[in-house]
Write a protein of this length. Sequence first.
Length: 102
Amino acid sequence: MLRATLGARGLGLFDPIVAGDEVADKKPAPDVYLKALDLLGLPGHRCLAIEDSRNGLMSASRAGIPVLITRSAYFRHESFDEAFAVVDSLNRLGERNLPVCA
């Protein structure tokens, strides 16, 4: 997915990359996020997860990570009440006034 959307440089933009097949339980369990936090050496509240589904929101939230939801065609009508913020697209993210989490 990273190569398809960001080109050859996509994989180099993120470190670490943790996939569902590397943990015991997949989303909505927090395992994938907990492993990423461990590899980063950071607490959840110092990070931001970007998700598009309810399962992703639940997974990151259970790991203590605030979640920015980007609505997708697949999950557009799901409830995201617990999200830090919900946007339709990241295209103009720099122009939006999102709430700041300290």
